[in-house]
Design a binder for this molecule. Sequence first.
Ligand code: BYC
Ligand code: FE
Ligand code: FE
Length: 470
Amino acid sequence: MSAIDYSQKIPNNVDLKGDKRLQRALERWQPDYIQWWRDAGPTDFNEKDVYLRTAVSVDRDGWAHFDYVKMPDYRWGIFLTPYEGQRKIGFGDHMGENAWDQVPGEYRNWLRRLIVTQADTEPASVEQQRLLAHTAPSLYDMRNLFQVNVEEGRHLWAMVYLLHSYFGKDGREEADELLERRSGNADHPRILTTFNEPCQDWLSFFCFAMFTDRDGKFQLLSLAESGFDPLSRTCRFMLTEEAHHMFVGQTGVARVIRRTCEVMNEHPDACPSEFGAIPLEIIQKYVNFWASSSLDLFGAEVSSNSANFFAAGLKGRAYEDKYDEHSALDQGYEIQRWKDQKLVNDEVPLRNAMNEVLRDAYVKDNLKGIDFWNRECEKAGNPFRFTYPHRRFNRTIGEFAGVPFDTEGNPVSAATWAQKEHEWLPTPEDKGFVKSLMQQVTEPGKFAGWISPPLRGINGQEVEKPYVML
Ligand code: BYC
Ligand code: FE
Ligand code: FE
């Protein structure tokens, strides 16, 4: 294991001090990053002590250190999983060749674009979540929000390290622009759709962490296969942090469901909204929105970009080792397309379907989370069951973009869509109601009335711990 050098301004296990030019470039970027954090990150909590996990090594069992820290003092560092001898490229046209320690000239632009797109999502999510602490349902939840935020900040660092180290002047320019785009800004938006959507209440935040951070998991898995070794090793370490983000999402929604079921059992003849809980139908609509928006993040079903990335060995499939064959040549993939107002089956070359292959794996992973939520209903004796919307529902990217489908994937007329939309997606009234419940709770161990407490605290601590010192 390579040691983390904490005496440096930028904690790292990449021997930054051995490369003075790079170190200086990153040290010049650092104050701009902190300024961005103060301008666009969590507002008004920068002077508070927060019980946070910091990555201090890449040791499987001891990588995290928990302590109180003020967020701007968080030690955002650069950690790659250790070099484990010469890796071989595991797929595509360069299968079996040595993985690259430098960027191959012919793939420079594609690789930069992939890294910039990945990087852009990280600060975007922090921007989307910047006001949420003001309405946190507990100190436990506020701390989890900040944990996710600082780690997304670290993921930005991870990508900026690659841009600065391997892409010269244009890499440095891209790194600067990452601090200039803003989520939802009409003139200067973030790159991908979902990262420009407002995320202004905690039900949205939990759905985002469940569905959108899970896109992160799958994109990182596919980039972890990359023939560009520094990217692969960076993504591998990012994945260790990502698990907690999805935990926050999945258990967050589960706790909302548990609370609603409890209220419904206490008041079987009333709408739970009368008692300050969120009706299960509204939760389902939020699920429909964030799930469908996040499905767009995999790109078009048929994509020559994805074929090029795979052929070049830049972006593989999640868990590429599990496949028997790694060239993906001379193979087809069965997909559905929307042609002449009809759904038709079509077989496309497998390499062109790589976005869809990754989306398949992602959908499967989400279904486990839906089952987890339905167990909450079952335990409470509530007959309601959550569903995952069909991948054709409410899409804005790819084959089904802009075409009306119901949540089960059946094509519907524009008139039916207009009539039913309010049953499928949150209405302004739903959002208004959810917003009306969002009141900050700051007493340690206390929780807002619309959400149950978690089963346990963070890092073996009690739920009552003052996770944020206000
Ligand atoms: N929004 O050939 P296609 C995370 C564009 S999340 C807007 O299908 P491709 C995180 C596309 O760029 C993980 N535009 O595209 C989560 C292309 O543009 P050009 C983020 C979109 O390239 C929570 C055009 O449409 N990581 O880490 O095969 C919190 C044609 O489409 C969208 C990555 O995304 C969209 N949704 O696939 C914090 C990994 N979809 O060339 C963090 C890196 C497509 O015509 N990115 N377009 O200008 C990629 O691998 C690919 O860029 C994509 C797109 C899979 C996103
Ligand atoms: Fe991330
Ligand atoms: Fe994340």
